[in-house]
Design a protein around this ligand. Structure first.
Ligand code: ZN
Ligand code: ZN
Length: 448
């Protein structure tokens, strides 16, 4: 009997190694000899062959095991599913396959009470995160649990996937989660320091990119954790100087991208991308002004600065935005068809920190004709023919100019601020060599 046991365990061992190596032939041969081996698991972690295939990204073996009608939701010692392990190791094809095979995306492990979404966010696999999120949109989870509840699912310490992505410095995941409705100001229970928001955790990990994303989505710099600390204090404690400068409540507020579909019912995908880019660009300029004394060299996530300048120099005067006279028109307002640059559109649609008293803001209006903006699209560049035709048609530009001089518009104040920030940022940053610890000498005053 002893011999039988050891023989079986060596067959088992052979199966697990073959699965790990993705050796499909051996896996098939072993299962041919003893099909019950498919239900065995490793001694300590109790991982099944399916877990091992998922964690190692062995898609052929995984498919074979699933074809043998193995349930995709097997549990190991820590109640982890194969899907969690695939999400942890970023094995995107296995994540897809398991979800196709009906894996439940709403299972909780027994380690920290985390779901596969937590795993993808924690380990920064944005591709896996995306697949799980789209599965959540269409699966039963959306019907039974609600999609936004799933996006904000908490682990046993009250951490949402957004908390984990911010703590682990994964700006792409942070962006994706926020775009999917993750609550930017949620506080943890016991994860990290109790009562931490994603912004506290990003401050602690020192991720400027995560902080940028969170601030652009309206994260509150003044929200306190259970110990009464604001994110600024946390960044200082962990010596993240540049982060602290952005988080300092006395530094300029970044532009905030409100829930994009809140005010405008239809936002074309390309137009949204343009506006997001403009928002990040405007905030980068603000940052330059805020951080001009810090050692941190800011690498623009948007590529070389020169790009927009090139566009401006190539554009003819008819394409120039007549609100700021600085950028070319890239956005067209519909129904009226008036055009302006992305920055100016942004300043119209976005406002600084959402104010609870003005939360129920009305739909933004076109600054040229004052009609409601119902849709924004990317403006197509005009051909010579179009321009000729334009001469005979209405010229919104002129009417705006005259209107601008006669009646002040509250929305315009925001716009000119954006424009001047761009110039200010550019001028002040160039040609200045900074001492290493210069920013430390500056009083980072905090009105509290
Ligand atoms: Zn403009
Ligand atoms: Zn208009």
């Amino acid at each position: 009997m002893g011999q039988g046991l050891s023989c079986r365990s060596s067959e088992e061992q052979g199966l697990f190694s073959a699965v790990q190596l993705g050796d499909l032939e051996t896996v098939e041969a072993v299962l041919q000899r003893d099909s019950t081996l498919i239900h065995r698991s490793t001694v300590y972690d109790r991982n099944s062959a399916l877990h091992i295939a998922a964690a190692n990204g062995r898609i052929e073996v995984l498919s074979l095991l699933l074809d043998r009608s193995l349930s995709p939701d097997l549990l190991n010692r820590h109640k982890q599913t194969p899907l969690m392990l695939a999400a942890m190791h970023g094995k995107i094809s296995c994540v897809r396959k398991l979800i196709e095979a009906g894996a439940n995306i709403l299972m909780f492990d027994s380690l920290n009470g985390r779901t596969c979404l937590h795993y993808a966010a924690y380990y920064g696999h944005s591709d896996c995160l995306q697949v799980i999120l789209s599965a959540a949109r269409s699966s039963q989870v959306a019907a039974s649990w609600g999609y936004s509840r799933f996006v904000n699912v908490r682990d046993s310490k009250g951490a949402t996937p957004l908390h984990l992505a911010a703590r682990r410095r994964h700006p792409e995941c942070v962006h994706m989660l926020l775009d999917s409705g993750a609550l930017v100001c949620a506080s943890t229970g016991g994860y990290g320091f109790p009562g931490s928001t994603p912004l506290h955790l990003a401050a602690r990990s020192g991720s400027l990119d995560c902080i940028r994303e969170l601030l652009a989505w309206g994260a509150d710099r003044l929200q306190r954790d259970a110990s009464g600390r604001i994110p600024y204090t946390v960044a200082l404690k962990y010596h993240h100087g540049a982060c602290a400068a952005l988080l300092n409540p006395s530094s300029a507020e970044p532009l905030v991208w409100p829930s994009p579909l809140k005010f405008i019912s239809e936002l074309n995908h390309d137009a949204k991308a343009l506006l997001e880019r403009a928002l990040m660009e405007a905030n980068m300029e603000r940052e330059k002004a805020i951080l001009k004394g810090t050692v941190c060299s800011l690498s623009s996530p948007l590529g070389p600065d020169s790009e927009t300048d090139d566009n401006v120099s190539e554009a003819s005067e008819t394409d120039l935005c007549c609100i700021c006279f600085d950028q070319i028109c890239t956005i067209e307002v519909q129904e009226c068809g008036h055009r302006m640059c992305a920055q100016c559109t942004l300043a119209l649609c976005c406002h600084n920190k959402p104010n609870p008293t003005t939360a129920s803001r009305s739909i933004p209006i076109c600054p040229f004709c004052r009609s409601d903006i119902v849709k924004l699209v990317v403006a197509k560049h005009k051909t010579e023919n179009d321009r000729d035709r334009d001469i005979n048609s209405t010229k919104p530009r002129k009417s705006w100019r005259s209107r601008n001089s006669s009646e002040g518009s509250s929305s315009f104040k925001g716009l000119s601020a954006v424009g001047s920030f761009r110039k200010m940022g550019r001028g002040s940053i160039s040609g200045r060599i900074l001492a290493e610890n210069e920013w430390l000498d500056k009083p980072l005053s905090l009105d509290m």
